[in-house]
Design a protein around this ligand. Sequence first.
Ligand SMILES: [Zn+2]
Length: 439
Amino acid sequence: MIASAEKPWTRRPAIQLKVRTILNQIQPHAGFVFHDIRLWSRRGQPERIEITVRAHAGMKRRCSRCQRPAPGYDQLEERAWQHVPLWGIRVWFRYAPRRVECPEHGVVVEHLPWNEGKRMLTTAMMGFLARWARGLSWGETAHIFQVSWEAVYRSVEWFVAWGLAHRELKGIESIGVDEIHWGRGLRAKNFLTVLYQIDAPCRRLLFVGKGRSQRTLRQGLKALGPEVVRGLSFVCSDMWKPYLKVMAAQAGQALHVLDRFHITMHLNQAVDQVRRAESVRLRAASKAAAHQLKHTRWALLRRGSRVRGRARQKLNALLASKLQTARAWELKEAFTHFWKYRSVPWAGAFLDSWCYRAMRSRLEPMKKVARMLRTHEELLLNWFRAKGEISAGAVEGLNNKIRVVTRRSYGFRTFEAMEIALYHTLGRLPEPESTHKYC
Ligand SMILES: [Zn+2]
């Protein structure tokens, strides 16, 4: 099947014995033997290793559905499976599967321990590719191991499906709900809803769904199952209304917390809006005035205490000015104090005074944030009621990691491929058992 199209070959069976010994050590298949091992060369270069597999004469064949012994029926044509490369040389298994007549399942293909369905790769190879594809991009993995992108995709898909089917959803106390922007545009299809577990001992992605509607989140909670949802103590999210609604309806017993990470994001966005509007205005007035705001975006969005060096000088000069951007930044920076409180009433009092200040700032984006915070005051104060049970770092960390994957997989185009990539890298899924991991 593979050999016919390619010439010229030279046969070199010299290494047969040694390779078989190694294979029997690391990849034993009960009921089958490595019959013949050949290294094929092309123009003097080793090209591939072919391992012919035979059924063990004394062992009964088994049904692929139930794995119980069954009488033989007939034999199919020889097939080839790509296996994990040895010394960088591609390896193929060759075997002519037999069919059995199972009393329960009728005439089916026999059970082959290295095979899964109609795939062209051995399960060991799929696991090998999937493990590499966690650190490398799928394209890089395909390139390095001389397989198609599709082969890597299917391997990861198989790996993830196995992991999802075997994962345990016990002991989940805190979850985060988040929306992730994906692709271009701001339509519903460009958003994903993700659920992650944010308990200190286990932080992982639990669910990815298309869109950010109530329906998406309901699907996610359904995927976790009613037992998990009823057992939740803390839910952490942004102020997105559909999420708040669904969570209140389905996990009312859990303390809903608006987390620091998302609030900071809203404040930063508001500062940026003020800066952009002002920059446009100043440019219309004079070039010199507009210069003050140039290249300040990054410094403005960082936490004040973390801006150093030349960026600090520039920021200080900006703050000394009477610009709106400076006032917006000061408001944002003042809000960091909020998170230092321990008592709910004091935090509440601070929130009131901050919102009062923001409402009088005549900066529309800042006023908008203040209104939003006031509306959700109770959920915001839940942060202090949770008494440090929720880690702001956990939400931010997972959010950032998800962004790295979605950006890397921008080329995936389909939601399905990205969904698989996200579960694969962040789901902490159990892995299919195989005799040897190869990597
Ligand atoms: Zn059967």
